[in-house]
Structures are given as structure tokens and as C-alpha cells.
Design a protein around this ligand. Sequence first.
Ligand code: FE
Length: 209
Amino acid sequence: MFALPELPYPYESLAPTLSEATLRLHHDKHHAKYVETTNSIFKESEPGATLESVIRSAQRSGAGKLFNNAAQAWNHGFFWECMRPSPREPGGRLAQAIDRQFGSLIGLKMLFVQEAAAHFGSGWAWIVARGGDLSVVATHDAASPIGDESAIPLMTCDLWEHAYYLDHRNDRASYLDAWWNRLANWRLAETQYAAAQGEGAAWRYPDPK
Ligand code: FE
């Protein structure tokens, strides 16, 4: 059985960008439901199965309901880690790669926010690394770069309305701007970027028990 990971910070600590009410609803109801549904479908856990392997095999076999719920469980687990109260800006080799590819952190922000704001309907905005190469992508519904073993996500922002409606109503652009400026966790992005180059491990969803 896959577990619902605890939020890595107190529920009220991302306010005012994301309120305690939003996090309680988003984590305790939406994320919990994806985990519960994944467990209800994936009853026979093979030895050594991980959520990542479940997602990839559901993607290969076209098991849509399992894929949607397992990928949403993973995406949310990763999303909580992509935020911190009062984060610092990226440094080191990631900062150099951002400057090289996007001109500056502001250049990357403009691209990310533009892609995310223009994305039609529900989904996720991502910064993904393939080796040292960075790209910005948006995926529909539950779709996740974790289905592709050559890609390592560095950052994601939830574009489903349940992520921001209580705090920002339908103003996705205001959510994205505040989220990027106040919550984006570059410390995680740095360790993911190192992992994309074979140094250290990328973030994984907690193993089933
Ligand atoms: Fe969500």
C-alpha cells in the first residue's frame, strides 16, 4: 500500500500565497483520494514495486485509471517538495545552466509562467532536465515526465483549479507569479539537477508498505 506522505511543512506556512484551507483540501482530500484509488486498483504489490514503476507500467499497458491516479499521487508528492516557506534562489551549476539557456532566472520565469498561464484546462507545469539540458513543459491532466526515464523533473506547479481557486479565484497568472516568487524550492531543483547528471539520487515517492 502506498501512503500519503505528510506535508513537509505546517499547513499554514505557505500563506498568503496558499492558505491553510487550500492545503488541507488539496493534501488531505485530493492527494489522499489519488493515493486511495491507486491502492484500490493496485492490490497485488509485486516485490520491489515503486510508484514510479507502477506509473511506467500503467503507461505502457494503457491502464488509464491506474495511470491517472498513480501519476497524480506522484505529482502531488513531488509538488509538496517543490515548495518551501521563504526559499532562496538557485545557486551553483543549476544557476549557471539557467543563465546559459534562458539568459537569467527572470527569463526562465517568463517562459514558465507563460507556458503555465496559457495551458488549457487542468495539468502541470514542469522544469525538466535531460542530462544538463533544461526545458519547460506543461502536461495535461495527470501526465507526468516521470513516465519517461530519461527525464528528471526539477520543479512542478499544479495547474488544476483546486490548487489555487480558494486563494486566487480564477486568476491563474496571479497564483503563478506569487508561487514562483515566494514558494519555489530551488534547493530541491539543485539536487534533481545533479541527479540528472548522475550525481546522487532523484526524489522518489516513499516505498509502499
Ligand atoms: Fe492538485
